[in-house]
Design a protein around this ligand. Structure first.
Ligand code: NAD
Ligand code: 89Y
Length: 343
């Protein structure tokens, strides 16, 4: 199949990474961009040499001439834009968080299914090199059957300067960042039957919670703790590293700060450097996330060409999104939430 043509909607803070990654991806290129803010449209259009520019999604789709759309706006517009893509029979990638509510997310998945168009959520953290390394160690049976895990993201990094909207929502860390850690928990230990959560707001200058501790009961009997914080001041700032601990019947895996992977089993302990590549357009400390943006976008193109389901398809992401909703419900009620009943 020849090179796919894409259109990108939403030329904000994070879209710059997506545009750089599209330049590197094999088999696709961006031919049109859209943003309702003319200043952002101009900046991105000039930086990446895109002449076809639109201030409105309907006008973009009406002109057409592209094989897929990459929706990089914030959550408020996701449902309308995914539905627009489905109406125009255009396969769509949508940034996380996929939707405002699980009920919206379900409708979006169903709408694309009925239209017969592929839908992938840009849930990129599972594509990070260190997370892929953990999954591989498990797949080759290095520690036997996992029975316990901890997925941990604790930081004091100022995310609000680049993404000011994060300080303004009633919900913050679970919806914005915990969503990635919950997805990693599913990716590594499998689907979840129940969720229990506690949250806190430490930074009084923001509206939502900035600390969450979440207990997951996995369907295979494993238990995991997903703990996330943007109120944690450490001697060496780990942003944006997700640390992982897995205990299995035959050994342990530890993904430690600084991208070290330690695997211990009857053969002894091996320590491997699983640092992400610093792509030419990337910058520290974001390079881990930036490399995963390239990886997920390449996956989108490869699977679309093969006509196969994406790792983080809309349908897959419903199971991650249910954990987000379940965690908020558990924190609000103090109860353990049955995830199966939500899906
Ligand atoms: P942003 O506010 O900087 O950019 C969003 C852009 O979309 C703005 O320029 C805005 O004008 C435009 N926009 C909004 N609604 C539109 C519409 N209906 N039509 C056309 N343009 C519209 O936001 P951001 O920080 O770039 O975040 C975008 C999304 O990316 C968020 O959902 C965020 O959670 C996500 N994000 C993901 C990662 C990741 O690693 N996956 C990292 C950061 C942000
Ligand atoms: O928006 C968030 C994300 O998806 O990754 C990190 C982030 O930019 C801030 O928490």
């Amino acid at each position: 199949m020849s090179e796919l043509k894409g259109a990108l909607i939403g030329c904000g803070f994070f879209a710059i990474n997506q545009m750089h990654a599209w330049n590197d991806v094999d088999g696709a290129r961006i031919v049109a961009i859209c943003d309702r803010d003319p200043a952002r449209l101009k900046v991105v259009g000039e930086q990446f040499g895109i002449d076809r520019r639109y201030g409105d999604g309907e006008a973009l789709f009406a002109d057409g001439g592209f094989d897929f759309v990459d929706i990089a706006t914030t959550v408020e517009s996701h449902r309308a834009l995914v539905e627009m893509a489905a109406r125009h029979k255009v396969p769509a990638i949508c940034q996380k968080p996929f939707a405002k509510t699980l009920s919206d997310a379900r409708i979006m998945v169903e709408t694309c299914r009925k239209a017969g168009v592929a839908l992938m959520v840009h849930e990129n953290f599972r594509w990070q090199t260190p997370i892929q390394a953990v999954r591989k160690a498990l797949e080759v049976g290095a520690i036997g059957t996992p029975f316990w895990g901890r997925i941990s993201f604790r930081s004091g990094y100022d995310v609000f300067s680049g993404q000011p909207y994060l300080a303004e929502g009633e919900r913050f860390i679970i919806e914005d960042l915990g969503i990635h850690a919950l997805d990693i928990a599913r990716y590594i230990l499998g689907d979840v039957s129940a969720v229990t959560a506690r949250t806190k707001r430490v930074n009084q200058k923001i509206k939502g919670e900035d600390v969450a501790t979440i207990l997951l009961d996995h369907k295979n009997g494993a238990t995991s703790v997903v703990d996330v914080s943007y109120a944690t001041k450490l001697s060496t700032e780990p942003f944006p590293e997700t640390l992982v601990e897995i205990d299995g019947s035959e050994g342990t895996i530890r993904l430690t700060q600084g991208y070290g992977l330690k695997v211990t089993n009857a053969q002894g302990t091996t320590t491997t450097n699983v640092s992400p590549k610093l792509l030419p357009w990337a910058s520290r400390p974001w390079h881990n996330i930036q490399e995963s943006v390239y990886a997920i976008q390449q996956h989108w193109v490869d699977q679309l060409k093969r006509g196969m389901e994406h790792s983080t398809s809309g349908a897959d992401n419903l199971r991650t999104f249910a954990l987000v909703e379940g965690a908020y419900e558990s924190a609000a009620t103090g109860q353990t939430i049955d995830v199966g009943a939500m899906l």
